[in-house]
Structures are given as structure tokens and as C-alpha cells.
Design a protein around this ligand. Structure first.
Ligand code: ATP
Length: 905
């Protein structure tokens, strides 16, 4: 097609015209682009300034007032609201206003934390970028999807998310899933012919709309609308979906809160009943019931859980694992099996052709990486590039969708590394893929597909057509009927001998591809079909290395010591897979192939999935069965994937992990976690972080509950013994609110404990608190009761005022909590094992807490508000002594419990 006639009214701002009613050529002309070369770079840049980036304007999610109301509408908070209302009705205005103040402060903190966590998660989700391949200035280029402008020509492949609204200009078996726009779940077969202007959106087969996905085939399209101008952009609200903050743990917490509510209600009724029976006044009893309710409710818990999880998400992101679904943070710590792809995850996916085998001879290929420098030799002498060898290099270069370029002094590739390696090999044989492409123009293509395991292209040659095929040996060798001799003549084929050669290469860890060809007489409407790939002539074999990632070796070792099995699930050959498995330290005793798997029933598959660690020639669909078989044995499975066909397995796995660089958009959407560097070591890092996050959650819960229980116990004891309340409802609220934020939250920043990767994985059904921790919580609750009540009675006994005695009791609570915080920095080791200053937040929180306590004790306005009074140095000495004693006793308990645990294991 020629460049548009400058006289024609050309505009990329075309009004809402029926693009589907235009032919592809007319649409290109209207957008001022030649679809053989695409837009020039400067034109694209000026269009980008005019149209803005190809992204949707974010719509506000839940309105602020709804979010705020949600914080208040929780059962535990409603109890506080009711308590405040009744206290107000009884004329206790100050108390009522402080209770309401707490409700509002709590809601503000919860609202803010939640909004922050949601914002952080959403930002992380956005940070997973969407690369697109476009044709610009006559070259294929990879861009960020946000850089697209109207008039760009976008290449599409299976697994891509359509980045903008496109008028299709070329397609091969292109099928898209348009369900997000049309609700129709069946894939739609695309076509490029012009349609009637009245065709409704769902039937516009020559269009592909932003946000829909390519499920199969290949194609290219002309961008006709970007960003908010796309059909998706027009549908308001679609993109407002906020990340879900509900996780298994928060759900458990909600159940626990409801249970607590009933328990507190029952206890309050009981104590009030007992109190009344013992002659207490109804008013006092009511205040006591309010104190009990506000004391025993762990107001800060839900926010703390969300914050801890959000901090975990941020830490994982730093280690290159982006969490897309919050529950994954918890589940990661329980992972027992990681099923990983080989290529790109355990290996570097930096392919280099090492050998070519043609006409019975092996040729060595020199050089490193993608630099096309190195010689092709035979018996250490430069090889003559002719006959079958030349044909092998041509086949590899033409049956290819990758490209190679020299940029900033480095050789870079676009597309599949396996294919790029073949281009590099051809250049080492002085064959340039661009020249070859002009000599043998491509007529059609069957793109590589992991299920098909081969790729084929049809080319026009001198006088007649030729089809080049490359792919897995087992798949293509049976289709070969003869082989090419050294001078290019067909000879009979000895399949067993070829298999032997391939096996020898694979044993060295090489990926082996078979190259074949077939002459064709193309008719007018020639199309390549899978059925048409038969009666092939074998050209040769090519062996390429893909070195294991060094970091993967250490990461696998760590996983093993953490009780996590690592399984390699690859599309590659069993012998290659075993060789790589051996190099990276996996159990390489045996490999099971996809074909063998298909013959196993569910029980046998379960057994095999458990005992074997290398699975080769596995089709993506079989991954789903493998995940299911492992889960049926009680395993918690993390599974990696990148292709469109991996999506079901990624969804089924407990944690689906997609590759951020090589993964398709469909895989990323199905996954709970995305690796920004595609590296196995990042999975291990995320598991370690997951374990750390869980530890910190348990630490927070173990730290916070005794305060609530201790306060509850103090109130119940006061009523049972007929004593005045040692702490008032207001003082209780003060303790709960300030300590939760200043002392408790810093626990979320605790560094990961040493040795987390030497523990066995946590079972998913394991309760959050084990019996040892429950015992510790009860012990601390009673220590708080004894300390606060004891000093309160002592103060009164020494003739101090009620306000002074209460101030002492409040400070006992705060100081014991502060001391106990250090006990909680590690649940099993001594407090200094974590490094005294490894978490500066603890010290900042402690300092602020002390300042607040001094203010509460000595500032007249605080004295009035909270009914406190200044206390003397002696009192402080007693308080600190109680705190230190409690902390020492808890340390002792921890030490004994750890010794007991060591003895029993
Ligand atoms: P993984 O280990 O990540 O599962 P893989 O890259 O080893 O992946 P696939 O991509 O499924 O596995 O490839 C399976 C087989 O198909 C390879 O062993 C190779 O023989 C063949 N193959 C791979 N890439 C191509 C390609 N671009 N063209 C033709 N054949 C290919």
C-alpha cells in the first residue's frame, strides 16, 4: 500500500466513524499511516502529545463516606456506639463524648489505613506494565502500552490483552475473548473484511476492543482509539474495582470478633447481675459493664492486620514479587510445593545455539549471548556454509518472529529467545534475516504454540513455495519422510540414529529443535494448516544452551531446608530437563513425561506428583491436573506460568505466579502474584517474606490480646470483690487506642527472624494461636490483673486519692505492655536475639508513648478529662518494677517453652 495521498483529508482525530465499515486500507488511510511501515517516530510523538497516554482516567472507588461508615458499622464498634449513647443519656457527657471521640478516631485510623493499603495494592498492580509490539518506522518495536497512539500498528499474539481499540488488518486463526465487553464467554473468531455500518459492537468481527484478550492465533490491528476514547473507557465504573482486602485471616478475625462480642455480652450481664445482687448501684454496674465492653474489645486489631499485610506486600514488591491478591501474602508462608517452569524461571532464557547437526555431521557454533560474533566450525575448521547446513540456517532465520538489534553498544532481542538464537546463528553463518525475508517473502504462518510444540512458515521461493517448520523432535520426527543430504538432495531417513544424536545433545542440558521443510505449490487462497504439516524433509537438528540461573540454585537449597518441594514442570524434553535439574540441585532421579502422565489415573497421578520432581513435555492443560493431584494430597501449591493456556492452572493453584517479563497478560490476570524479574529466586524470597508477615501478625495478636483480657479481668474482679473500678471506661479506651497504634503497629515492621526458612511450612488449617501462645496470653492477662489491681489497692492503702491510684493502674497497663512488647519481638527467642535496634519504629513508638503517659499524668487538662492525677517518683519506681518483673516472668516462660519444644522434637 502506498502512503496516503496528501490531498485526502487525513486525520487521526477521526470522528466516531464506523471503522468496521471501512476496509483495512481505507481505515489506515484515514489515520494517515502506511501499514507496511507504521507511523514514523516523530509523528507518533506528536500524536502522543495531542491524545495523551493510552490509559484510563481513574474513577473514584467507594465514596469516602461509605468507606467511613463501613468502619463504624462493625459489630464491635456498634457496641461502643451503644455504650456511648447510653452513657450520654445517663448524663455522663464527658465520658460519652470521649467514647464517641474514640469511635470516630478509630474509624479515621481504619479508613486511612485501609485507603492506604488499597492505594498501595492498586499502585503495585499498575506497576506491572503491559508491553506491546508495534510496527513503527518500518521496524518492529516493543513499547509500553501507554505509549500507543491512534494510527499505530499493533501485533497481536495469543495471551495478549488488547491494548487499545483496533481495526484488524491481518489475522491468522485470531480468536478473542470479548466477554468483558459483550458478556459472551465463547471466544470470537475474528475476520478482517469490512462490515455493514449498522453492525452492533458484539458482531464487529474486524475490530478488537481494549481490555479483551487474544485466546488463540495471531494478527495485527490499527489503533483507532486510545485511553478514555476506547469502548472500555466509555463504560464508567468498570475500572473502579478496588483490590479486595479480605483474606482468610481477616475472615477468621471477623468470626473471632463476633464470638468475642457474645462472650463480652454474656460476661457483662453476669457481672452486672452479680454486682446488683451484692448491692451495687445500677448506675455503677452499668458503667462497669461499659468498661468491660470497651476494655475487652480489641479495637485496633482489624486495622493492624490490614497494615501488617500491606507492609508485607510492599516488602515483597521490593524483592520483585508483586502481590495481586492480598490473601496470597498469608498463603505464601504455608506453601509446601512450588511447581516452576524451567525456561526463564530456573534458567536464564538466554539461548545460544551451540551445535547444528545436518546431513550426519555435527557443526559447532562459537560465540556468546546474542552478539552475532563467532564462527561455525566442523572439526575445528571453519565450515562451508552450503547444502543442508545453509538450509538449516535459512530455515531457522525465516521460521522466526524474533528480531535482533544493536542498541547502546549491546545486542538486544525482541520476541522469543529460542528464535532470536536462531537469527544469531544464521548471522554467524553470514546469512542476514532481512535479506532472506526479501528473497523469500512470507505468505503465511502457524505461530509457535506450547501445545502444538512447533512453528511453521510458508515462503515464496524461486518459482515455487516452501514451508519451513521447526519444533520439538518427538512432534516433528514422525512427520519427516526423508532427510536432506549434504548437497541438498533427499535421502532416506534413519529415525533411531537421529533420536540418538538428539539425546546426546539433550544430556548436556541443551534444548534440541528439529528443522524441516516441504516444497509447496501455493494456490490463490493458500493457508497453512496443522494438517498440512506432513511429509516433511528433515534439514537437521539444532542444539542450544540456556544456562541455569545462579540465584535459583541457592533458592532451591533454601526451599528444601524450609520443607518446600520444588518441582520443575517444563515443555522441554525429559533428558534436557533432567540435565538442568541435576545442575540446579533438584531431585533428578526420574522424569515423567506428559504422555506418561496422561495414562495415569487420579490415584497414580497423586502418587507420581508426590514422588517425582521433574515433569517434561507437559502440555499446559496437564498442569491443571498436576495442581489438583498435589492439592488432593493436602499440599499448598504455588505454580508458575506464562502462557494463555496456563491460566486455569494459575487460578487453581493456591498461589498462581505469572512471569512479569515473559508472561502473557492473560496469565498475569489469572495469577495472585507476578514476578517482575521472572526469577525463581524471587518466589523463594516471597515465601520468606510471607512467613515473616505471618510471624508479625501472630506477634501483634499475642501482644494485643492480654491488654483486652487483662482489662476485662480487672473489671470483673472489681465487681466480684465489690471494689471501686481501678480503671474507668475512658482510661481503658485511652490505653487501648494509644498503645495499639504506638506500641503495637511497630511490630508490623519487625524484620524477618533468622531461621524462618529452616522451619517446616505452617499448615493452613493450623489455628492462628497455638496452645503455647494461648497459655502466654492468659499468663500475661493475669499478670496485668495482679500488677494493676495490686498497685491500685496499695496506693489506696497508703492513703492516696482514687485518681492517683487509678493513674498508677493505667500506667501499670501501659508499662507492662511496653515491656511485654520486647518479649513479643520474637515468639520463641530472647528479646535481644532480634537485635535491640533492628526495628527503630519500636523505639519511636515507645518514646511517643512515654510522652503521652507523662502528659496524661501531669497535664491538668488531661487530669480533668481522664480523671487522673500526678503521681510521685516512688509510684513510678513501683510501676517500672512491676513491668520489669512481668517481662522477666514472661521471658522465663518463653525460655522454658522453647526448651520443652526442643526436647519434644
Ligand atoms: P517451560 O520450561 O517454561 O515450560 P519451555 O520453553 O521449555 O517452557 P515450551 O515453550 O512449551 O517449553 O516449548 C516446548 C518445546 O517446543 C521445546 O522443547 C521446543 O522443542 C519447542 N519450542 C519452543 N519454542 C519454540 C519455538 N519458538 N518454535 C518452535 N518450537 C519451539
Amino acid at each position: 500500500m502506498a502512503f496516503p495521498d496528501p490531498a485526502l483529508p487525513v486525520s487521526d482525530d477521526a470522528p466516531d466513524l464506523a471503522w468496521h465499515a471501512d476496509t483495512a486500507e481505507a481505515a489506515a488511510q484515514r489515520l494517515g499511516v502506511d501499514h507496511a511501515t507504521g507511523l514514523a517516530d516523530d509523528e507518533a510523538a506528536s500524536r502522543l502529545t495531542r491524545h495523551g497516554p493510552n490509559s484510563l482516567t481513574e474513577r473514584p472507588g467507594k465514596p469516602a463516606w461509605r468507606r467511613f461508615a463501613d468502619q463504624v458499622m462493625q459489630p464491635l464498634v456498634l457496641v461502643l456506639v451503644a455504650a456511648g449513647a447510653i452513657t450520654g443519656a445517663l448524663g455522663e457527657v464527658v465520658d460519652a463524648s470521649v467514647i464517641f471521640g474514640v469511635v470516630i478516631t478509630n474509624a479515621i485510623i481504619g479508613y486511612w489505613q485501609e485507603a492506604k493499603a488499597e492505594g498501595a495494592l492498586a499502585a503495585l498492580a499498575r506497576s506491572v506494565t503491559t508491553p506491546v509490539t508495534v510496527r513503527r518506522g518500518g521496524q518492529r518495536k516493543q513499547l509500553e502500552a501507554t505509549q500507543l497512539v491512534p494510527g499505530d500498528i499493533v501485533m497481536l499474539a495469543a495471551g495478549d490483552r488488547i491494548p487499545a481499540d483496533l481495526r484488524l488488518i491481518q489475522q491468522h486463526e485470531l480468536h478473542t475473548d470479548d466477554s468483558m465487553l459483550t458478556g459472551e464467554s465463547q471466544p470470537v473468531t475474528k475476520d478482517i473484511a469490512a462490515l455493514h455500518p449498522d453492525t452492533v459492537l458484539a458482531d464487529r468481527l474486524n475490530m478488537a476492543y481494549a481490555g479483551t484478550t487474544v485466546v488463540a492465533g495471531q494478527g495485527s490491528g490499527l489503533v483507532i482509539a486510545t485511553g478514555d476514547a476506547t469502548e472500555t473507557g466509555r463504560i464508567a465504573g468498570l475500572i473502579a474495582a478496588a483490590p479486595d482486602l479480605v483474606t482468610p485471616l481477616t475472615r477468621k478475625m471477623a468470626t473471632f470478633s463476633n464470638w468475642l462480642l457474645w462472650a463480652i455480652g454474656g460476661l457483662a450481664l453476669l457481672t452486672v447481675g452479680v454486682g446488683l445482687a451484692r448491692g451495687g448501684s445500677a448506675f455503677d454496674m452499668f458503667i462497669a459493664a461499659v468498661a468491660l465492653a470497651v476494655g475487652a474489645i480489641p479495637e485496633g486489631l482489624p486495622a493492624a492486620v490490614t497494615v501488617t499485610l500491606a507492609i508485607g506486600v510492599a516488602r515483597m514488591a521490593k524483592r520483585r514479587a508483586i502481590i495481586r491478591h492480598l490473601p496470597a501474602v498469608e498463603t505464601l508462608g504455608s506453601t509446601t510445593v512450588i511447581c516452576s517452569d524451567k525456561t526463564g524461571t530456573l534458567t536464564e532464557n538466554a539461548m545460544t545455539v551451540r551445535v547444528l547437526w545436518c546431513a550426519g555431521e555435527g557443526y559447532a557454533v562459537g560465540g556468546h549471548g546474542y552478539a552475532p560474533e563467532g564462527a561455525i566450525t566442523h572439526d575445528e575448521m571453519p565450515a562451508d556454509i552450503d547444502g543442508a547446513l545453509r538450509e538449516a540456517l535459512i530455515a531457522g532465520a525465516l521460521c522466526n518472529d524474533a528480531s535482533l538489534r544493536h542498541e547502546h553498544g549491546q545486542w538486544k532481542i525482541t520476541g522469543d529467545p529460542t528464535e532470536a538464537a536462531l537469527i544469531v546463528a544464521a548471522r554467524k553463518g553470514k546469512l542476514d534475516e532481512h535479506t532472506l525475508g526479501k528473497l523469500f517473502p512470507r505468505r503465511d504462518v502457524l505461530p509457535f504454540d506450547a501445545t502444538r510444540q512447533f512453528m511453521a512458515t510458508a515462503h515464496e521461493g524461486d518459482g515455487q513455495g516452501v514451508v519451513y517448520v521447526k519444533g520439538a523432535l518427538e512432534r516433528l520426527l514422525p512427520l519427516c519422510v526423508d532427510r536432506l543430504s549434504a548437497n541438498g538432495q533427499p535421502l532416506p531417513i534413519d529415525r533411531a540414529a537421529i533420536e540418538k544424536v538428539a539425546c546426546a545433545y539433550a544430556e548436556q542440558g541443551m534444548r534440541v529443535l528439529l528443522l524441516a521443510r516441504r516444497d509447496f505449490n501455493f494456490g490463490q487462497n493458500f493457508r497453512l494448516t496443522v494438517e498440512g504439516i506432513e511429509k516433511l524433509t528433515l534439514i537437521g537438528l539444532v542444539g542450544m544452551i540456556d544456562p541455569p540461573r545462579k540465584a535459583a540454585i541457592g533458592a532451591i537449597r533454601n526451599c528444601h531446608s524450609a520443607g518446600i518441594r520444588v518441582k520443575m514442570i517444563t515443555g522441554d524434553h525429559a533428558v534436557t530437563a533432567l540435565a538442568i535439574a541435576r545442575q540446579i540441585g533438584l531431585n533428578a532421579e526420574k522424569a515423567l513425561t506428559g504422555r506418561e502422565l496422561a495414562q495415569l489415573d487420579d490415584t497414580a497421578l497423586g502418587e507420581a506428583a508426590h514422588s517425582v520432581d521433574v515433569f517434561a513435555r507437559v502440555e499446559p492443560e496437564q498442569k491443571l491436573r498436576l495442581v489438583g493431584a498435589l492439592q488432593a494430597r493436602g499440599e499448598v501449591v504455588a505454580m508458575t506460568g506464562d502462557g494463555v493456556n496456563d491460566a486455569p492452572a494459575l487460578k487453581q493453584a493456591d498461589i498462581g505466579i505469572a512471569m512479569g517479563l515473559a508472561g502473557t497478560e492473560v496469565a498475569k490476570e489469572a495469577a495472585a502474584m507476578v514476578l517482575t524479574d521472572d526469577n525463581f529466586a524471587s518466589i523463594e524470597a516471597a515465601v520468606e517474606e510471607g512467613r515473616g508477615v505471618w510471624d508479625n501478625l501472630v506477634k501483634f495478636i499475642t501482644w494485643t490480646l492480654p491488654t483486652n483480657f487483662g482489662e476485662g479481668l480487672v473489671i470483673v474482679a472489681a465487681i466480684l470483690f465489690g471494689s471501686t473500678l481501678p480503671i474507668t471506661p475512658l482510661q481503658i479506651l485511652w490505653i487501648n487506642m494509644t498503645t495499639a497504634v504506638l506500641l503495637g503497629l511497630p511490630l508490623a515492621f519487625e524484620p524477618i527472624e533468622r531461621g524462618v526458612m529452616r522451619r517446616a511450612p505452617r499448615r493452613l488449617d493450623q489455628p492462628v494461636l497455638d496452645s503455647g501462645l494461648i497459655r502466654r496470653i492468659v499468663l500475661v492477662s493475669f499478670l496485668l490483673l495482679a500488677g494493676a489491681f495490686g498497685l491500685f489497692l496499695l496506693e489506696l492503702d497508703q492513703g492516696h486519692s482514687l485518681a492517683e491510684a487509678r493513674t498508677v493502674a493505667v500506667n501499670v497497663f501501659v508499662m507492662v505492655e511496653a515491656a511485654y512488647l520486647f518479649n513479643c519481638r520474637s515468639l520463641t527467642r530472647s528479646f535481644w536475639s532480634q537485635g535491640l535496634f533492628s526495628n527503630p519504629w519500636i523505639w519511636a513508638g515507645l518514646g511517643s508513648m512515654l510522652a503521652l503517659q507523662l502528659a496524661m499524668t501531669y497535664l491538668p487538662v488531661m487530669n480533668r478529662l481522664f480523671q487522673t492525677a500526678p503521681i510521685g517518683l516512688m509510684e513510678w519506681a513501683e510501676i517500672v518494677a512491676v513491668a520489669l518483673l512481668c517481662s522477666t516472668l514472661i521471658g522465663l516462660e518463653k525460655h522454658l517453652a522453647a526448651r520443652l519444644a526442643r526436647r519434644t522434637t
